[in-house]
Design a protein around this ligand. Structure first.
Ligand code: NAI
Length: 512
């Protein structure tokens, strides 16, 4: 194994080979050329690489028209992209990045051939998103100079690149890719080769937990999407996202990650997604998925029903959760509600509870409250645009209507769901956060790289660790602990990384 190579990732004359000129390969070639490197582009399909070069030229031209670079720089950047007719041309490369079909046998075969062509210190890298970097390189004679270099689509717009160390990768290889990634104007993060790396692992929290809630019939597709946008602060709801990606991509990726983690319950896929995948109801690409579409491919969504014209005579808020009690009583006073101050609710009062990870039923029973009058309100997130409520199976519909009417009286939206440990946003954010903690615990990546990868790669409002800090580490830990207690499902057990930081009262980003 080469331990101290003379590889200089900063050298001005660095030559980068890109194999595969499809959606990803052309993007990688573009950013490498924009970063001043010479690029050799090849694709097995005749004419593809030349067509990709033309496409890259148009991209540089467009950037010049927008004033992002001069005409001369655009021409120079395109001049650095050279199409080669065969992989033999890669003998001049210091790095070759593969972005061909996602097939293990084909990738292994291609790298076995490349290994014979390139110089001994040339780095070989794969852009695979779902295969193991270690497995792709397992049969190579020189697996030490192999690593993952995982870009995101569309490459020029998505700044993130994950640099992945396989079991046999020499540290200098990842070190060099971190430097070359920066030269390509990317934001590289470093991680160990595990299924889903960082971004695709964390993304399971968002989509799979949402599908679990749908499977459990807690709320509808549109409700879950609305809550995740309006309460969680996500740019897109989980089902809207899956519509764009397509279940033909999401479902196999989810199943692969679950299997590769030896049936880790946190990643457990959901039956209804498999059924939809089998039925070919995949999303926008099949014009039908979780949503139905009109002729212009706009999702057909019924407008939200107006809030009931109802309000309670008086409200008593349980003080069991001090943070939730404060937040909710402040809001209720602003709404002009009559808030009772006694130790117990009066005979006719609406009873409101503010649980973290506990359903309305457990709150009512454990706190000795009347389940017919108990309504739970999610106070983990600011009570601004949308508020989420749920009753016990015995809650009087008039009490739900009164709570709904009151909480909508300042124009905010209200989502009513069936009784659920953890409402909607609590559950999803807790799962995202827990997966982030598990990645940190395993030292798959540093805490700061985990958050950086997720904010850049998934556009979440915060990285998974910061998200826990923002809503409160103790509270997010309580969400999971209570869900685990009520469901008895290890899917919801909090990771030790989170438990320790909740006990110590410190940030989830605290390294060790
Ligand atoms: P694509 O289908 O757009 O392009 C693949 C290209 O590789 C095609 O032009 C094809 O002719 C060429 N090709 C296939 N076999 C080849 C071979 N043996 N030698 C040379 N060229 C060959 O695929 P895409 O989307 O660009 O994906 C490429 C790789 O990047 C895959 O491993 C994929 O998993 C990964 N990836 C894809 C992302 C995406 O969102 N599309 C995101 C991140 C990674």
């Amino acid at each position: 194994m080469a331990s101290d190579p003379s590889f200089d990732p900063q050298r001005a004359d660095l030559v980068v080979g890109v194999l595969g000129a499809g959606a990803m390969g052309r993007g990688i070639a573009q950013v490498a050329a924009a970063g001043g490197m010479h690029v050799l582009l090849h694709d097995a399909k005749p004419g593809s690489a030349a067509e990709a070069r033309e496409f890259i030229g148009k991209m540089f031209q467009r950037a010049a028209e927008k004033g992002q670079l001069s005409e001369a720089d655009a021409a120079a950047a395109l001049g650095r992209v050279e199409v080669i007719d065969s992989t033999a041309g890669y003998s001049r490369c210091h790095l070759v990045v593969e972005a061909i079909v996602e097939n293990l046998a084909v990738k292994q075969q291609v790298f076995a051939e490349l290994e014979q062509i390139v110089s001994p210190d040339c780095i070989l890298a794969t852009n695979t998103s779902s295969l193991s970097v270690t497995t792709i390189s397992a049969k190579l004679k020189t697996a030490h100079r192999f690593a993952g270099f995982h870009f995101f689509n569309p490459v020029p717009l998505m700044k993130l690149v994950e640099v992945i160390d396989g079991v046999q990768s020499a540290p200098w290889v990842g070190d060099a890719l971190m430097v070359i990634g920066k030269r390509m104007t990317r934001e590289p993060v470093r991680c160990v080769d595990v299924p889903g790396f960082i971004v695709n692992q964390v993304g399971r929290g968002f989509t799979i937990e949402s599908a679990h809630m749908l499977q459990e019939s807690l709320a509808g597709i549109v409700d879950i999407d609305r809550v995740m946008r309006d309460v969680g602060g996500f740019r897109m709801g989980p089902f809207e996202l899956m519509e764009l990606t397509g279940l033909d991509v999401t479902q196999p990726a989810s199943e692969a990650i679950y299997q590769q983690f030896y049936d880790e319950p946190r990643y457990r896929p959901v039956m209804l997604m498999r059924a939809r995948y089998e039925a070919g109801v995949l999303g926008r690409k099949t014009k039908r998925g979780f949503y139905e579409y009109d002729a212009e491919m706009k999702p057909i969504v019924a407008p939200e029903a107006p809030a009931p014209d109802a309000s309670p005579a008086s409200v008593w808020v349980s003080p069991a959760e001090p943070h939730g009690f404060e937040a909710l009583t402040a809001l209720l006073s602003k709404l002009g509600a009559t808030v009772e101050r006694g130790d117990a609710p009066s005979a006719g009062a609406l009873i409101m509870v503010t649980p973290y990870g506990t359903d309305a039923t457990h709150c009512a029973v454990e706190q000795g409250l009347d389940p017919k009058r108990t309504v739970a309100v999610d106070t983990l997130f600011p009570l601004v645009k949308r508020r989420t409520i749920m009753g016990t199976p015995l809650t009087d519909p008039a009490m739900i209507a009164a709570a709904h009417g009151l909480l909508a009286s300042d124009g905010a939206s209200v989502t009513v769901l069936r009784d659920s440990p953890g409402f909607i946003a609590q559950r999803v954010v807790a799962m995202i956060c827990n997966i982030g903690c598990s990645i940190a615990q395993m030292k798959t990546a540093s805490p700061s790289d985990i958050d950086k990868a997720v904010t850049l790669g998934l556009n979440y409002p915060h990285g998974p660790l910061k998200f826990g800090d923002v809503v409160g580490v103790e509270r997010i830990h309580a969400v999971l602990s209570n869900m685990y207690r009520i469901y008895g499902d290890p899917r919801y057990r909090p990771n030790v990384w989170m438990t320790r930081r909740a006990k110590l009262g410190v940030s989830l980003l605290t390294p060790e």
